[in-house]
Design a protein around this ligand. Sequence first.
Ligand code: GLN
Length: 488
Amino acid sequence: MASRIKTIGGMLRRGEITSLELTKKYLEAIKAVEPSVHAYAKVTEDMALNLAMEADEAFKRGDDLGPLAGIPMSLKDNMTVKDVETTCCSKILSGYRPTYNSFVWEKLSKGGAVLLGKANMDDFAMGSTCETSCYGPTYNPYNKNYVSGGSSGGSAASVASNTAVYSIGSDTGGSIRQPAAFCGVVGLKPTYGAVSRYGLLAYASSLDQIGPIASSVEDAAIVFDAIKGHDEKDHTSAKNAPAEPIASSLAAASVKGKRIGIVKSFYEDLNAEIKEAVFKAVKFYESEGAEIVEVDMPLIKYVVPVYYILACAEASSNLGRYDGIRLGYRASRYTDIDDMIVTTRSEGFGKEVQKRILLGTYVLSSGYFDAYYKKAQILRNRIIASFGEIFAKCDAIISPVATRTAFPLDYASDNPIETYLADIFTVPANIAGLPAVSLPCGKDSKGLPIGMQLIGNKFEEGKILGLAHSFEQSGLSGVTPLEMGVRL
Ligand code: GLN
């Protein structure tokens, strides 16, 4: 897969197209594609045109803003952009216009990025299908009867339908990687702390991480290089993360001699088409000189409950601030202040969010804290320690991204437990704060993309992206860009 960012960046620099012309093409494509995909919660047309004109001015002056200058993109609706309504696709934040930029948007806008709009997502990033958004679902660009994945479904669908060159998503338990896999694109969840969460409206702060969704591994690396870095406004932002750019070293990355871990138990009950697609990649790495090593993950049976206990506990605390007083929505009919808060929260939060707040409050309440929350924390530490042993034996772990390809529409709401369990391969990286990349490795019999995942040790994004790039360049995935959206 060629780098769209480099191709378009070259055209802009050579004067073959202006950012304004390009942005207009994207805005037209959004008008044509959105009725069937609905990747955007909001299109910021005027802002996009202004930013494009500013980028063109910068090109004229000869300013070097970096590789993302003048390039149209989308941003998940849980990251703030000053004065642009930011809702987490939740009714409770309707009308909220932040007074400050998130760290990521601040960095991207300084680099001349052109914001096309806020990408659709599950209500407060809680979900796996993008169907809990208060704006309605995002459909899978490969087949409208299926979901785009979640929670960053709008981000993934905007890239897959080429109504954005790249997107920024967030991943608490798989929300970058799983929609990327469902939509046949690339998603990187960086190491916890590698990208500042300042201005990311929190879901579960110890698990949330911002990262890119793009149409190639190289593009994901270019965007990651642009948004990473220390930020004193986020106290969990890493101080000593490697600063060297990764994108420029991908071409030289070699598979030879790398030790790639596979966990046999992952494949015991796995869907046969997904197993076959992931093993095609395993064979590729082997043929390129990698050593395939078997590793054990006995704690895997606990990762989904640990994730849901911790994520819901943190969410119940983080979402306490939405009370109808400080920001966003307020119920119009109430008797007194207590009733106002209860009614606002009952009307403003979607059903899934309310369920998780209740669950989180329950596991934190006295009498249940030790039985659930504390146990989950103990297990979290054991899971983290187990990765230490695994990475002593291998450089990266290869696994599926999800237990299945995209869910049919409405399937997840009828099968909530199965949907939670489908997160089993993505949540370990969040629990342990590790980087993980998702990339296409095949298609199922319905023509829906299948994703594979490479998990690395902390701050080894370069290693996993290098391995991902090699597989992508082999062309073995059989997933090619959809003929949709902008064609240059
Ligand atoms: N599917 C997971 C959930 O429902 C992941 C969400 C996320 O990463 N934001 O919580």
